[in-house]
Design a protein around this ligand. Structure first.
Ligand code: GLN
Length: 213
């Protein structure tokens, strides 16, 4: 009788969440490091092929016009749409919030206003309580951040600053105007991973250990 009850490395690898980070531009490396620290496999995504078979996706901050152009240039739009349509979660931060709004990919029924806090206010930090993440506030780092200027009934506001929504959620897409990857508070990334786990367990059929096709 074996006393070794640990799952095999192959089973462990198959159980590990694979979370993509759109790496066209922006601060994707800090997101990848945070996801890895939570036990996910972080996958840098630059092609539609790399978007297949992911459990979740982060669209990071950066410059939304540059990211939008890269998505078009690299033909990523339909793969991101397919990812969202299959119920897999997305975390869009700052420019990533803009990319997911009604005027871009339309994954969330909301309009993000670019540089909404004013261009001159390059960056500021506040303590922000985020609904669903417990009573302790997050240290929210805003860098030429957007806010949500308009949103539909399906959108849930999880946090506001100065009366403007800055964290919202629709289904399994969560958008944050600030940069959670720049602090050591990983609760929004943990939320993404929890949503990915709930989607994975609701998927039918076993997953294979190989992600090659
Ligand atoms: N101001 C940038 C934009 O509008 C977003 C800034 C950021 O992602 N930190 O695209």
């Amino acid at each position: 009788m074996s006393v070794n009850t640990l799952p095999s490395p192959e089973l462990r690898e198959a159980a590990r969440l694979r979370i993509g980070v759109l790496a066209s531009q922006g601060d994707f490396a800090a997101h990848a490091a945070m996801l890895a620290s939570l036990g996910a496999t972080a996958v840098e995504v630059r092609t539609s092929e790399e978007l297949r078979d992911l459990d979740g996706l982060v669209i990071p901050g950066g410059e939304s016009t540059t990211i939008a152009k890269a998505i078009e240039r690299d033909g990523l739009e339909s793969a991101i749409r397919a990812h969202a349509a299959s119920g897999r979660p997305i975390l869009g931060t700052c420019a990533g919030m803009i990319i997911c709004d009604r005027e871009h990919l339309g994954l969330v029924d909301a309009v993000a206003r670019r540089n909404a806090f004013g261009r001159q206010i390059a960056s500021f930090e506040v303590e922000l309580e985020v609904s669903g993440l417990g009573p302790d506030p997050m240290r929210a780092v805003f860098i030429r951040a957007p806010w949500i200027a308009d949103y539909g009934d399906e959108v849930e506001v999880l946090a506001s600053h100065d009366g403007h929504p800055v964290v919202v959620r629709q289904d399994r897409t969560v958008l944050s105007a600030f940069h959670p990857e720049l602090t050591d508070d990983s609760r929004l990334h943990a939320l993404l991973m929890a949503l990915a786990t709930s989607q994975r367990t609701s998927d039918v059929g076993p997953r294979t250990t190989s992600h090659k096709s």
